[in-house]
Every structure is written in C-alpha cells, then in structure tokens.
Design a protein around this ligand. Sequence first.
Ligand code: ZN
Length: 131
Amino acid sequence: MKRRTRQGNAVRSILRESERPLTAAEIHLRASGRWASLGLATTYRHVRKLAEEGLLVGVDYPGQPTRYEWADGQQKIHFGCRACEKLFAVAEEIDFEEPAPPELPPGFQVNGGEWILYGICPECSQKANSQ
Ligand SMILES: [Zn+2]
C-alpha cells in the first residue's frame, strides 16, 4: 500500500512540475529517472486513477495519445509543435481572451472547449535557424 502511494505521488509530482502536458509514456520516462521501480503499466494505472478523481485533465491532440496535465482550473490554451509534436500550455504567457463558443444547432450543449494552436516551438525554430 505504501509503495502504491509513493508511486502515485511520483506521478502527481511529475505532472505538477511539468511545463507541458505529458503522455503516460512521457510520465513514465520522467519517473524512471527518479523512481526506477515505476513501470509503464503502473504509470497508466495511476494516470487513469488521477484523471477519474478529476485531478488530471486529458488533452487530446488529434492522432496522438492523450496527454495529461494537472487540473488547476486555469484556462488553458495549447500549442502543438508540428516539428517535435510536443504540446505546450501557453495561456499564462500570452494575453488572449478565449471567444465565446459559436451558436450550435438545437440540442447541443457545450460544457467545455479546447484551443489548440499549431506551429513551431522555440526549441525547434532555434534548431531550424541554426542549420
Ligand atoms: Zn518543437
């Protein structure tokens, strides 16, 4: 039980410290540097559990595995890099007001939305410039 709690805490702190949403595989990769005993299946299990508890939010980037970020209740705008395919949360760094959702046909109820912008991240544009 103690071991499971420690592993769950490891997954939590990785996501809380992360500068961007992570896939379960990325969480596992980061965990294995610090908590060698954390397996991929265990990572998935903890991620699912935290998401069920509402502590994590899944961010879907079309054609890719779901990425997770800490549910801090903040408005999120994501930026998908087309070169490295990483997903970044950029809302806190820019001045951007999310527009109201468009009017939908009768019967559709909006309870969430997602802004994903695409382009090239700073790291990749730096790489491209130095070539
Ligand atoms: Zn990139």
